[in-house]
Design a protein around this ligand. Structure first.
Ligand code: PLP
Length: 414
C-alpha cells in the first residue's frame, strides 16, 4: 500500500453499471455478479464524460508506474480494497536486429509481461478480480487454469486472506502446479482439459458456493487486462501501433485492450485510429481461426486440442464473439502457427536479441513472420507483440557441453 499513501481514500470513481456484452441489459455495480441472464460476459461501464473532466495526461505522468495509475478507469472504488503485489508498468522492448532483417522501415516491439508478479500477465486480471472480491466480501474463489491464471489467483487471494480451490488439466507443467500450491491454494490435477476443469468449478459454485473466477465469467479480470491497452498507448505517446499480435486463449487481453482503446477515445486521449488486432493461436488448437475464416460469430469447441503453448490451449471460449468482433472491427485477422514454428521463433529471438520469450509470446513472433510472408502485414508496419509470461517458467533446452578443469584448456577453441 505504500505507493498510495499520497492518495485520498475518498477518491472519485466512475463505474456506473455492468452491461451484458451480448444483450446490452444493465446490472448494478457493487454487487457480486458472474454471467448475465443470457449467460454471457458482463462488461464494466464508466461515466467516461466524468473521467474526461477529471483525468489529464499530465496528471498521469505524476503517478507511480503501475497499473493503478489508471484508477479512474478501473472498478476498485476504495484504495483500501486494492490487493497489490507490485504490478509494474511493463517495458516495451524493440527487436531492432530482427526488424532490420525484415528489410523494411517497420518496428517490432515486444511488451514484456513476464516482469509482472507471478511471472505472467494473468497478474493484471487477477489483481483486479481479487481486489473486487475483497471489496464485495467474497471468501472463497475457485478457478480452472492451464497454470498462470491459477498462480496469480493463488498469490493475490492468499495475500488478502481469501481461500482458493484450483483445478488444472493433468498435463499442466509441474512448475505451475507447484507455485499454485506454494502460494496458498488447494490445487488438483484433473484428467481432462481446461473446460472440463471449468465444469467442476461450475458445480462447486452451485453445491458449496464457491465464487467462479473463470475467464470472463466474472466482470473484473478483463478490466485488469484492459490496462495493457492503456499502458501501451501511453508508452507510445498516445499513438497506437499498426498491429497488435495477441496469443489468444480465452481472449481476455484482446477483448480488454479493444475496450481500452474505445474508452481512451471517449476521454479524448487517442483518436479514431485502431491497431489491427491479430488473434494468434496454435494450429493444434485454433477455434478462433476457424470461426474467423468461416465468417461465424461463435467458435465451436476444438477437439483434441494440443500445443506446447499451454496458455493458448483453450478449446472453447465464452468470449468467442467478443474476440471475433474486435478482430473483424479492427480489420485484423486470426492466424494459426505450428508448434515447430513456435519453437523456432523462441530460439531466434533468444539467440539474436537476448530476449527469452515464453512459447505463447514466441507464437506472436512466428505469426508476425508468417503474415509478412503471406502479405497480410507490411514490413513497414509498426507491430506490437505480446510476451505474456517469463520464458523461465517453461522447460528449457538441456546443455550438455562440459569442461574438465583438470586437463589443459585450449582457450583459443572455447
Ligand atoms: C492466459 C495466457 C494466454 C492467453 O491469454 P487470454 O487473454 O486468456 O487469451 C497466453 N499466454 C499465456 C502465457 C497465458 O498465461
Amino acid at each position: 500500500m505504500k505507493n498510495y499513501d499520497n492518495l485520498t481514500i475518498e477518491r472519485p470513481t466512475f463505474v456506473t453499471h455492468l452491461e451484458c456484452a451480448m444483450e446490452g441489459d444493465h446490472y448494478s455495480a457493487d454487487q457480486i455478479h458472474n454471467l448475465s441472464k443470457a449467460g454471457k460476459p458482463l462488461m464494466v461501464r464508466y461515466d467516461l464524460a466524468g473521467v474526461k473532466k477529471s483525468l489529464t495526461k499530465d496528471a498521469l505522468k505524476q503517478r507511480p508506474a503501475d497499473l493503478w495509475r489508471y484508477r479512474e478507469m478501473l472498478p476498485v472504488r476504495k484504495v483500501t480494497d486494492i490487493v497489490s503485489l507490485g504490478e509494474v508498468m511493463t517495458p516495451l522492448i524493440r527487436l531492432t536486429k530482427l526488424a532490420k532483417k525484415m528489410g523494411g522501415g517497420g518496428e517490432i516491439i515486444v511488451k514484456d509481461e513476464g516482469r509482472l508478479p507471478t511471472g505472467s500477465f494473468k497478474a493484471r486480471g487477477l489483481a483486479m478480480a481479487v481486489s473486487m472480491g475483497k471489496a464485495l466480501g467474497i471468501r472463497h474463489m475457485a478457478m480452472p487454469t492451464n497454470g498462470n491464471a491459477g498462480a496469480a489467483l493463488a498469490a493475490y487471494a492468499t495475500s488478502c486472506g481469501i481461500k482458493t480451490t484450483i483445478f488444472c488439466p493433468a498435463e499442466t507443467q509441474e512448475v505451475n502446479v507447484s507455485e499454485i500450491e506454494l502460494q496458498g491454494a488447494t490445487v488438483y490435477r484433473v484428467n481432462g482439459l481446461i473446460d472440463d476443469c471449468g465444469k467442476i468449478v461450475g458445480e462447486g459454485k452451485v453445491t458449496v458456493g464457491w465464487f467462479d473466477t473463470s475467464t470472463l465469467k466474472e466482470p473484473y479480470r478483463v478490466e485488469g487486462k484492459k490496462t495493457m491497452g492503456l499502458e501501451l498507448a501511453e508508452q507510445l505517446g498516445w499513438e497506437v501501433p499498426d498491429l497488435i499480435f495477441y496469443p489468444t486463449g480465452g481472449g481476455t487481453g484482446l477483448i480488454g485492450m479493444w475496450k481500452a482503446f474505445a474508452e481512451l477515445e471517449a476521454i479524448g486521449f487517442i483518436g479514431s485510429k485502431r491497431p489491427r488486432m491479430v488473434a494468434v493461436q496454435a494450429s493444434g488448437c485454433a477455434p478462433m481461426v476457424q470461426a474467423f475464416e468461416n465468417g461465424t460469430e461463435h467458435a465451436p469447441r476444438w477437439e483434441n486440442a494440443h500445443t506446447i503453448a499451454s496458455g493458448i490451449r483453450v478449446p472453447q471460449a465464452i468470449g468467442d464473439f467478443l474476440i471475433l468482433r474486435a478482430v473483424r472491427e479492427s480489420k485484423g485477422f486470426a492466424i494459426a502457427v505450428e508448434d515447430a514454428k513456435i519453437s523456432a521463433a523462441l530460439n531466434e529471438v533468444a539467440r539474436e536479441e537476448g530476449l527469452l520469450l515464453c512459447p505463447e509470446g514466441a507464437a506472436t513472433y512466428a505469426a508476425y513472420k508468417q503474415s509478412l510472408a503471406d502479405g497480410r502485414v507490411s514490413k513497414n508496419d509498426r507491430v506490437l507483440l505480446f510476451n505474456c509470461a517469463t520464458g523461465l517458467k517453461y522447460p528449457l533446452p538441456r546443455v550438455t557441453r562440459t569442461l574438465d578443469r583438470h586437463h589443459p584448456i585450449d582457450y583459443a577453441k572455447l
